[in-house]
Design a protein around this ligand. Structure first.
Ligand code: FES
Ligand code: FES
Length: 158
């Protein structure tokens, strides 16, 4: 067992876990942050996406020990002062989901994408969001990302 000091959504969290336990397991099963989903467990689907040091990370493929002391942001940590993140609002208003299983990871990935690219094209969204939506709501997801970009940065300048 290892005692880990994690920084999750701006809060210090101490957990005692087997050394090999995944970050996803710690988030969901020990800290109750169930917005982060288990999909494939193989780093492919993106359902488990969180931000680690501000960059997207597949939490199913990272040992919690690797994330100790580094800022971790989950879907639960995106809202500020009781207000949803603009990407969350855009997904809601665009109804960019069907079953919703991929949505937390998709939103976290979109937040990271818009940090790097304030005005992404459809192609850049398709290549930047590698998460899988088994309901194939990609057109509405792309629309939501562009709506969020517009809300946050004014949208495409063309
Ligand atoms: S559950 Fe982690 S990438 Fe699919
Ligand atoms: S909305 Fe069902 S997996 Fe994406």
């Amino acid at each position: 067992m290892a005692t880990l000091n994690l920084n999750v959504n701006g809060r210090a969290r101490r957990v005692e876990v087997p050394a090999e336990e995944s970050l996803l397991s710690v988030l969901r099963n020990r800290l109750g942050l169930t917005g982060t989903k288990y999909g494939c467990g193989e780093g492919q689907c993106g359902a488990c996406t969180v931000l680690l040091d501000g960059r997207v990370a597949r939490s199913c493929r990272i040992q919690a020990a690797e994330a100790a002391g580094r800022p971790i942001t989950t879907i639960e940590g995106l809202a500020r002062n009781g207000r949803l993140h603009p990407v969350q609002t855009a997904f809601l208003e665009s109804e960019a989901f069907q079953c919703g299983f991929c949505t937390p990871g998709m939103i976290v990935s979109a937040v990271a994408l818009l940090e790097k690219n304030v005005d992404p094209s459809d192609e850049e969204i398709a290549s930047g969001l590698t998460n899988i939506c088994r309901c194939c709501t990609y057109p509405r997801i792309s629309g939501a990302v562009k709506a969020a970009a517009k809300a946050m940065h004014g949208g495409r300048k063309s």
